[in-house]
Design a protein around this ligand. Sequence first.
Ligand SMILES: [Zn+2]
Ligand SMILES: [Zn+2]
Ligand SMILES: [Zn+2]
Length: 442
Amino acid sequence: MVKTRRRLMIDGEDEAATGDEYFDELIASKQSDGIQVKPTNDYGKGVYADMDFKEGDLVLKDQMLVGMQHSSNKIDCLVCGCCFSFIGSIEIQIGRKLYLQGLGSPKDVCFNEKSELLMHEKLELPYSKKFPLPGVINCPGGCKEVYYCSKSCAQADWEFSHSLLCTGEGSKSLSQKALSKFIQHANETNDIFLLAAKAISCTILKYRKLKTTCDKEKDKKKNHISDVLGNRNFSLLLKSWKPLLMGYKRRWWDCIALPDDVDVSDEDSFRMQIKQLAFESLELLKAAILDEECLPLFSLEIYGHIIGMFELNNLDLVVATPVEDYFLYIDDLPEAEKKEINEITQPFLDALGEDYSVCCQGTAFFPLQSCMNHSCCPNAKAFKRDEDRDGQATILACKPIKRGEEITISYIDEELELEERRALLADYGFICKCPRCVEEEA
Ligand SMILES: [Zn+2]
Ligand SMILES: [Zn+2]
Ligand SMILES: [Zn+2]
């Protein structure tokens, strides 16, 4: 059998035409029938209104394809590794943060002990029951690094990507040691590598699932021909890869903005260093989860594009903390009662300081939101309402939108002056031609 080397298509623009069907299915599955993804004249594709929206209307709730909480945020917030809802209890959230950060007074041993008691839910805070959170479920692989809000979230994440990336005993990776090395490297350099690994793992697992289903069908028909099989496997891999392919733009080392402390004359060597960093990370990942049948996924080109995709899209993952709500509630109590309650809660609030309201922060890829183009006078915005307590992206209309109009959001702080906006948008690789920019330039 002649083996030909194949490459995954990496140019997202060529895919624009065949992508229509994919987005139609995606929109149908979300039951957000008020929008449409269509090619635009300038930026490849855009999202258009398929109905009229009033100001404040929900335009879209977009479920992430892959996402992660930033490593540095894990001390602040304990959230579900799948849906990113806060878990445990108000006590666990506060106690764990104080305990892990060693906050509070070093001299006040008594207070530190209290934090530990809180973390283990052996101390109850007044009115905390008014803010119930789902219990903490361990990772089925036994890694003690990811926790979940429910058995179903644990199972879903395991099947989606975590089984390959778990460092526990149940891990399906090639080597837990190699995996730990990869994770350590990412935490020391750029934690977006962890998200890229998730994207690759979920593609491998999706591919394996599709293949198993296909094999069952094949067994019935009994027509195994290896060459046909080879082609089929490649098309299954492409199919698994498609959702991510849709988000492709540019390679990380080409699109990353030059940091302020790097001189323009050193730009080439800076980009080479970034490429080298990605190469190191990829080699570590290969040692941990390489699958020969999915070899095209492990090319430096693809890795660079995945990371670039996360860098170029407007992809902040934010979930508000119930700890903030809790302290606001205490603050709103009638004066007499508040005085009494404050004696218990105030020391914790003081120890937390301004950090008491830190929300869950991360990066995610939202397939539909990432198709929305930028405008400095947008008609929609990503905004979480009180009821939006998980990792989905919520897009609201910020002015009336007519059917057929393009739905735009702002990738940057749109209050800034033209020059500053231009500088920030350069990182996204385009010059804005929105009505406001055109007017201000004139
Ligand atoms: Zn969950
Ligand atoms: Zn695990
Ligand atoms: Zn503009």
